[in-house]
Design a protein around this ligand. Structure first.
Ligand code: AGP
Length: 619
């Protein structure tokens, strides 16, 4: 059963040009506009009227490709290009797009899930040069194209009918430098309607300044575009009367998907980003989860007695949160979550049968990397929970799971947190499965995980506007206390970090039970208090702690999924959800929105807060 899939999930950027002008100009400027979507390698191919193709690719930022192009200027009038956010195969020139198979060249944005099976059948007819799923699609199309025996569009359609996964593609052939074939399912694709030229792009940001008119291709549609014509059909060859629309011309708005800041865009795209994290890893029928990446056998998983989770900042909080869940359903295991900058200098003893989870969005954080190397020296298996494909940590761990949330541009990590926490819970579930824990014990966790993308969408829709109003009310505060019990405790640690790093509010998280041991002394009008009150066995205890704060004149914002909150507090945010176990993760979304709107209300630079960097590559 496919999980939640909606809207355009952004990863790589693709472009295309056919027209009276020279293609290289648009291809490179278009790729620069789309660089925010992925920037670990890039390439273009143009085809001359004499059918010769010029393929130029480079690892790293578009600037590297631009340097190469400066030495290879071409007047060719047709071409396609790509900027990559790697999913399969590390960032390198040979894994960069366009990929060639015979006379055809392809650029692809998305994930071909069944690429391994397809590749098996193509080994006899294609010599693979990369590790990518996209080259498999190029080879598959070519196997039907048979060097031009059949129209390119027919070969593309036949191939796509065998594909499982998502794609936005553009395909050209040296045999016909007049047309580009494009298609989409799950990844965005826009066709710019010009005068004597037609432009292709993953989103309209690449078209701004070239045309104001565009056709937004829908899922299941394929189009043959030439300089003066655009013919759109469904994969079943039904003609489609494509609607030409006026495109949004404000560049940053487009790159931010219409949101004012990347932080809000990344908060709001979590239904999609988590879907990518879960893709192909949750089997609801069997009630099991499967993570291929860690590469631990059933027997190795069964033997695990101790888990060390290592990370910094938000990655550390995601680990701490996951540890609470893993302890709940995995017998005979101890879980230790450590701050990397501390752990690297501690002389901690690592017991037998340990595995280390190395958590990092960027995969480049110096302290986390140092811990990885220290732990490896002790012969302990290291498993990466990473977002940036091909990053140093991803390359040095023994195995790992990519969270696939796409580029996270805003310094404040939001979508990566949710996916890192769930990826680690799923890793814990694979250990529990191997240890023979009854499916009845694990199924509630797996069912809730499968439901989570939908539940996230509901909560974001329900709370986005109310959180703006509440944030405006509390933006005047310079001090805050965040409170939670059990799983809500690491959750408020993350919530407080967000308010600290983007709104510069001195926000500190405490376990409810710790209040009477000191923090309660802080309560006065300089502070507001944010309390998480999830439905569950500890709800009443948390409520009595809130009453202790109220008794000292606390200004409380309570976030709960209880149908009715029997507490008189200043502000209440109710979330409506079917989730019980993972309700705190949904409450964290509310705290992300709160931090965003407080920062916006204060007029601070939301995406690039002072004194911070997205990836801390120094100690
Ligand atoms: C989170 O919003 C911060 N950007 C920061 O705490 C971050 O989580 C930390 O630096 C770890 O980064 P990493 O996940 O890339 O290793």
């Amino acid at each position: 059963m496919s999980l939640y899939l909606s809207g355009d999930y952004k990863m790589c950027g693709i472009v295309g040009y056919v027209g009276k002008g020279e293609a290289q100009g648009f291809l490179i400027s278009g790729l620069k506009r789309l660089e925010y979507r992925g920037y670990d390698s890039a390439g273009i191919v143009t085809i001359a009227d004499d059918n010769t193709a010029t393929l130029i690719r480079a690892e790293g930022k578009i600037a590297n490709l631009e340097k190469k192009l400066a030495a290879n200027k071409r007047e060719d009038k047709i071409g396609i290009g790509h900027t990559r956010w790697a999913t399969h195969g590390e960032p390198s020139e040979r894994n960069a797009h366009p990929h060639q198979a015979g006379k055809i060249y392809l650029v692809h944005n998305g994930i071909i899930e069944n690429y391994k099976e397809l590749k098996e059948h193509l080994l006899k007819v294609h010599e693979f040069k990369s590790e990518t799923d996209s080259e498999v699609l190029a080879a598959l199309i070519n196997s039907f194209y048979e060097d031009g025996k059949y129209p390119l569009v027919n070969a593309v359609v036949q191939a796509l009918k065998l594909v499982k996964g998502t794609y936005g593609i553009a395909v050209v052939s040296t045999l016909n430098p007049e047309e580009i074939v494009v298609a989409r399912s799950g990844s965005p694709l826009v066709i710019g309607v010009g005068h004597g030229e037609t432009l292709i792009a993953s989103d309209a940001s690449a078209l701004v300044g070239h045309t104001k008119r565009a056709i937004y291709l829908n899922d299941g549609e394929v189009a043959v575009v030439t300089k003066n014509n655009i013919a759109v059909k469904t994969l079943n060859a039904e003609p489609v009367s494509a609607k030409v629309e006026e495109i949004e011309t404000n560049l940053s708005a487009i790159q931010k998907g219409g949101y004012e800041h990347f932080m809000l865009k990344e908060i709001m795209e979590q239904p999609e980003s988590l879907t990518e994290t879960l893709r192909g890893r949750v089997n609801l029928e069997e009630g099991t989860v499967h993570l291929g990446g860690p590469g631990l056998s059933e027997q190795e998983l069964r033997k695990v007695k101790h888990l060390i989770i290592v990370g910094c900042g938000t990655a550390y909080h995601a680990g701490l949160l996951a540890s609470y869940y893993i302890e709940q359903f995995t017998p005979e295991i101890t879980v230790e979550t450590v701050i990397a900058s501390e752990y690297r200098y501690r002389s901690a003893y690592i017991p037998e049968d340990s595995v280390a989870l190395i958590v990092s969005q960027s995969g480049e954080t110096a302290d986390t990397l140092a811990c990885l190397r220290e732990i490896k020296k002790q012969g302990v298996k290291t498993i990466g929970i990473v977002n940036a494909i091909g990053s140093t940590i991803a390359r040095e761990v023994d195995g790992g799971t990519y969270v696939h949330v796409g580029p996270e541009i805003s310094v404040a990590s939001t979508k990566a947190f949710t996916s890192q926490a769930i990826a680690m819970v799923m890793f814990g579930l694979t250990i529990a499965q191997a240890k023979g824990v009854k499916p009845g014990v694990l199924r509630p966790y797996i069912e809730e995980i499968a439901k989570m993308p939908n539940e996230i969408a509901k909560v974001l829709k329900e709370t986005n506007k109310p959180m703006k109003k509440i944030a405006d009310k509390y933006a005047k505060y310079e001090h805050a206390i965040y409170l939670g019990r059990d799983i809500a405790y690491p959750t408020v640690m993350e919530g407080a970090l967000k308010l600290k790093e983007v709104a510069y509010v001195d926000a500190n998280a405490y376990a409810f039970g710790e209040l009477k041991h000191g923090p309660l002394a802080l309560i006065d009008d300089r502070f507001f208090e944010l309390a998480l009150l999830p439905e569950g066995p500890l709800y009443d205890k948390a409520v009595s702690n809130v009453q202790e704060v109220l008794a000292r004149g606390g200004h409380i914002v309570a976030i709960t999924n209880m149908p009715k909150l029997d507490l008189k507090v200043e502000s209440v945010v109710k979330i409506t959800t079917d989730l019980k176990i993972f309700a705190p993760i949904l409450m964290n979304l509310v705290m992300q929105l709160f931090a965003y709107y407080v920062t916006a209300a204060k007029g601070y630079n939301v995406d690039q807060p002072r004194n911070l960097a997205k990836s801390v590559t120094v100690e």
